[in-house]
Structures are given as C-alpha cells and as structure tokens.
Design a protein around this ligand. Structure first.
Ligand SMILES: NC(=O)c1ccc[n+]([C@@H]2O[C@H](COP(=O)([O-])OP(=O)(O)OC[C@H]3O[C@@H](n4cnc5c(N)ncnc54)[C@H](OP(=O)(O)O)[C@@H]3O)[C@@H](O)[C@H]2O)c1
Length: 318
C-alpha cells in the first residue's frame, strides 16, 4: 500500500515531535515545516526512520512554497501555536490569519483532511486574547473548509512539556508558590501520547467535520496538580493564595521578559476551568479514551527534580 503523505506545521513542538514518531512508525510519509532548520532539524531528524521524514525550512506566509507543499500532500495538520506574544509573533497572526489562509489553500487543493489544533475552553475565556484568537481561527477554518477537524486539548503533559517540567523546576527553587484564583481552576490534563493517539486515529479513520475536546481521564484543580508534583519530587512548599491585584502586578512584571513565566493574558485564561464543556464530543465519546494517569506518568520523569535524582528514595523509605 502506498504511504499517505502528511504535511505538518509546528512539527518541532512537543505534540509535533510525538506525532511525527507515531505517524512515521505507522508508515506515513511526513513533511514538517519549520522556520529554522539549524535550530530544529537536528532533533526533528531523529524523530523518524530514514526516508519517512522530510524537513522544509519556510516562512508559513510564503504563499508559493506553502501552496506547493499543500498540493503534494493528502493530509494537513496544523500544530502552530504560541502562549505569549512578542513583536513578531501575535496571537491573531498565528492562531487566526494563518489557519484562515491555510484552510483556503486546503480547499483549493482538494486535500482530503485538515486537522487543526485549537485549545479547550476558547469559547468561554472571553477576556483572553489567546482564546479569542484561537476561536476566530476555528470560525474561519470552518467557513473555508467545512470538512476540517478541530481538536481542542486540555493542558498537555509529557517528559518534554512546558507545564509539569516548569512547575517542578519552580517548586524546587522557590520556598513558596503562589496560588492564582486559590488554585481552584480545574483541568483535565492529557498525556502527549494519548493526544497523538487521538490525532493518529483521526487520520486512520478519516474522521472529518467535527470539533472534538481532547481530555485526560482525571479532573484536577491547579492546587491538586501542584500538590501531586510536590509529592512526586518529595518536597514541602507553602502554597499561598495570591490576591488578584498582586497576581496582576507580578504578571505585568513577568511579561516584560523574553520567555515570561506568566502574562496578564494567561492570568485571565487561568480564571476559567479547562474541562469538557458538554457541547462537543470528547475523545472518549468517539472511542479513543485517554489511558495515562497523571501521577503514574509524571512519576516516570520527575526524578530529575528530586534531591538525589534517579537514585533518590522517599525520605520515609530511608
Ligand atoms: N501544549 C499544550 O498544553 C497545549 C494545550 C492546548 C492546545 N495546544 C495547541 O496545540 C498546538 C501544539 O502545541 P505544542 O505544545 O506542541 O506547541 P509548541 O511545543 O510550543 O510548538 C509550537 C510550534 O509552533 C511553531 N511556531 C511558533 N511560532 C511560529 C511562527 N511565528 N511561525 C511558524 N511556526 C511557528 C514552532 O515551529 P518552528 O519553531 O519549528 O518553526 C513549534 O513547532 C498549538 O496550537 C497549541 O496552541 C497545546
């Protein structure tokens, strides 16, 4: 059987790397577009067997190159996303303008499937520019390419995420940790391999024209997540509820940095629970359940943040 050709935008990110491994292992021929070959190719190349992955350096707004790439592939997957803006990357540009334009190209080229990664809860977080731009992108994609499939994941974790690993680093270094909104915001964290299984099944079963909420098997509040991480790295820290005005001042300060720990937009987003809405099908409803449990998975890589690393024992084991 001839391998299907898949074009991935944002393939060098956390989800992209897992996905490329999954797809190429299953005989799909993948082309990944990156902005910078020198920065990204050295680890992208190791994600697939020789011959299964082609890496192209291009600006995503170079119409000529992008049209040609789309015309050579049957399935297009868009994983491009940012969590904070800077002078060259804006939410609207990456989450709305690019998805709108790529969906038009997909329609004109008659591609079989367009899979777009949005985010859970973008329709309720009205005061977040991140959420607004993702929602605008979804709306325009559906207008331009009605068969498109939109996946809305809750927070995604794995050994190479920017979520559990950053939290464990901070919990390790700080004597106390601020709890925004009293740590009550709820999440349904999904392990990256569960999410890539969903994308893989969407490809395999040729699922179209749906919005699917991608959730993990547990609902955890921010406080519960922090407590689990503290327990896993065997540290005791004070979790202090932070008043909103103080949180806003700290976010305004942090967002001055090139890779901000927290921005005001993220603080606004954090106000809303990140759980299934009941308005769309979830991955469980389409028989692609998430199977990985938060504690068990993070336990596999949290040793890097423990006192004696890999060989540490829990204090009460000594
Ligand atoms: N991770 C999560 O918890 C989570 C939760 C909900 C939704 N999502 C969504 O899922 C998607 C993938 O997430 P991820 O965690 O894998 O993201 P990631 O690790 O941050 O990777 C993002 C990708 O976006 C590309 N990118 C960033 N700025 C770009 C620009 N100006 N031009 C072209 N490409 C650009 C990067 O590609 P190059 O640097 O190679 O060009 C990178 O591969 C995103 O849409 C994200 O919003 C993620």
């Amino acid at each position: 059987m001839k391998a299907k050709n898949i074009l991935i935008f944002g393939g060098s990110g956390q989800i992209g790397r897992h996905l490329i491994r999954k797809l190429t292992k299953n005989n799909y021929q993948v082309t990944a577009v990156t902005r910078n070959l020198h920065q990204k190719a050295y680890y992208l190349k190791t994600q697939a067997n020789a011959g299964y992955l082609n890496i192209v350096e291009a600006s995503i707004f170079n119409q000529k190159i992008i049209k040609k790439l789309v015309s050579e592939n049957e399935i297009i997957i868009n994983l491009i996303g940012i969590l904070y803006e800077n002078s060259s990357n804006t939410f609207q540009n990456l989450h709305n303008v690019f998805p709108s334009y790529i969906s038009k190209i997909c329609k004109d080229s008659n591609v079989n499937q367009l899979i777009h990664l949005s985010a859970l809860g973008v329709d309720i977080a009205k005061d977040s520019n991140y959420a607004k731009s993702k929602l605008d992108g979804e709306t325009n994609i559906k207008k331009n390419f009605e068969d498109a499939i939109i996946l809305r994941p809750s927070v995604v974790y794995s050994v190479d995420d920017n979520f559990t690993t950053n939290f464990m680093t901070l919990l390790n270094r700080l004597p106390f940790f601020p709890l925004y909104y009293n740590g009550k915001t709820k999440f349904m964290p999904i392990h990256c391999s569960d999410l890539t299984e969903i994308i893989f099944q969407v490809v395999l079963r040729n699922i179209k024209s749906q919005t699917i909420e991608c959730i993990g098997p547990e609902t955890l509040s921010l406080k519960e997540i922090l407590e689990k991480l503290l327990n896993l790295i065997d540290k005791k820290r004070i979790l202090i509820p932070m008043p909103l005005f103080a949180a806003k001042i700290s976010a305004a300060f942090f967002q001055l940095f090139p890779k901000p720990l927290l921005t005001i937009d993220q603080l606004n987003l954090l106000k809303y629970d990140n759980i299934s809405s009941g308005n769309y099908k979830t991955n469980f409803d389409i028989s692609i359940p998430s199977v990985h449990k938060f504690n068990l998975e993070v336990a596999k890589y949290c040793y890097m943040w423990k006192e004696e690393g890999q060989f540490s024992k829990k204090k009460n084991d000594l």
